[in-house]
Structure formats: C-alpha cells, structure tokens
Ligand binder design. Structure first.
Ligand SMILES: [Zn+2]
Length: 246
C-alpha cells in the first residue's frame, strides 16, 4: 500500500487590504498509508475530525483557514521518508524522528543528523577537534570488540572516531541486527568492550579506509565473529593488504 505525504497549511495573516497566502512552514506534516488518494484524504480528515479543501481559489481564500496538500510517496523517496524514521542523534545518542521537529513550532533545529541545535553545534565542534587530533596522529583508527561474557561471542568493529562513542552508539542504535537485539535484551554487566588493535596505516598506503577495513576483516576472521559471533558479514571488496601499499 502506498504512503502519502501530507501538509496542512494555515492561511497567513495579512496586512489590511492584501490578499493572504498560505503560511510557511505548514502547521503539520505527516504520512498516511492508504490504498488510494481518496482514502488517504479520508484518513487524514478522520484524524482531524474535519474536512480540508485541497484547492482554494485566490478569491475564496478568506473563507478557508486551512489547505491540505498531499501526494503519493515513491518507496525509494528516501529524501522524504527518512524524516519519518527513528534516527540516532550523532552527538548525544537520543532517538528522535526528524518530522517531529518540523511539526514542533518551538523546535530550534530541523536537520536530520542531530536532535537539537545544541547537539548540532557541539557535534560540529567535536568533528573539527577530532579532525585536528586525527591529523596530529592523536586519534588513531582502532579495531574494537564487544564481547558477551556469558557466551564468549564477540562483535568486531572499526572506528576512526573516539572508540567509546561507537560503544555508546551500539547501545542506543535501534537496529534489528542480532548484535543490537542481543545487546538490548541482556544486562550491560554481561558485556565488555576492548580495543583489539590500534591501526597504524602506512604512509604509502593508497587507501586508508581500505587498510582499516582489511584489519577489521582480519579480526572478524580470526575471532570467527560471523559464524560464532555477532557480525553479520565479513567485509568484502577490499584488496589484500599488500596491494594497498605502493
Ligand atoms: Zn542530541
């Protein structure tokens, strides 16, 4: 069944004698799932217990306080659909749905990556600091493991950011992978986090990212983290380590 994206627009206040238009931003933006346009409209109207015009002539605008605008959303329209998905704030780990911020007139921030203006500013500041530290060699990439003590099963990952941040993200990330599901379903005391390797990328390496991924693959393989652990896949598409160095 298709999704329909809708916006309820309110008539703007206008100076005396001027014809008003529709105010921006809309009063509310939402998503409904319905078999066709007609039923999508009916569903929206039921939710608000009122009817909305979808077209208003300029000469009639004074008679209408609201206008409904809606359109079918293609399933691959990620630009629009990601506003309706649970998102983890890149800075504080809070889970938010971006569209809620659009609909909140008091919200100070509307981006897709951070929950608030404060997190956005702090996140950008930290990124600049991380970049500087990485540039000075003080923030080396690492391969880390998250190990379940009761079973010995591990998840192996890589990070070019402070590694504690990755752990925090795993703990709060709303995915349905076997790793995240088990992590959420068991007490935190059953888990330990550690760094397996501080990756030092050779200066003459052609691709830093491929080199780090190659080290990650080495550890996933060595600890059998796909068959016995929590990794879903062994990273592929990486040239053997030697061919990365000129
Ligand atoms: Zn945040």
């Amino acid at each position: 069944m298709p999704d329909f994206y809708y916006q309820i627009k309110g008539r703007e206040l206008s100076a005396y004698g001027e014809v008003p238009g529709w105010a921006w931003p809309p009063i509310f933006s939402g998503l409904v799932t319905a078999p066709d346009r007609k039923q999508a409209k009916a569903q929206i109207e039921e939710e608000y217990s009122r009817q909305f015009p979808v077209r208003v002539l300029k000469k009639d605008i004074e008679q209408h306080a609201y206008l409904l605008h809606f359109k079918e959303v293609e399933p691959d329209n990620d630009y629009l659909l990601r506003r309706f998905r649970k998102t983890v704030c890149k800075e504080c780990g809070t889970i938010f749905i971006p569209i809620d911020k659009y609909n909140d007139p008091h919200s100070d921030h509307q981006g897709l990556e951070y929950c608030s203006d404060r997190c956005s500013k702090e996140g950008r500041f930290r990124e600049v600091q991380e970049f500087r530290l990485a540039h000075e060699g003080k923030l080396p990439p690492v391969i880390y493991q998250v190990r379940q003590k009761s079973t010995g099963r591990v998840y192996v990952g890589q990070s070019i950011r402070p590694f504690t941040l990755r752990w925090w993200e795993h703990l709060t990330y709303p995915s349905e992978s076997k790793f995240h599901e088990t992590l959420r379903a068991t007490p935190i005391t059953d888990w330990e986090f550690s760094v397996l390797e501080v990756v030092s990328v050779p200066d003459d390496c052609k691709s830093k990212a491929a080199y780090i991924t190659d080290r990650e693959r080495h550890w996933i393989d060595a600890l059998n983290a796909v068959a016995d652990g929590f990794n879903s896949v062994l990273p592929t598409g990486v040239s053997p380590q030697l061919s990365l160095i000129e």
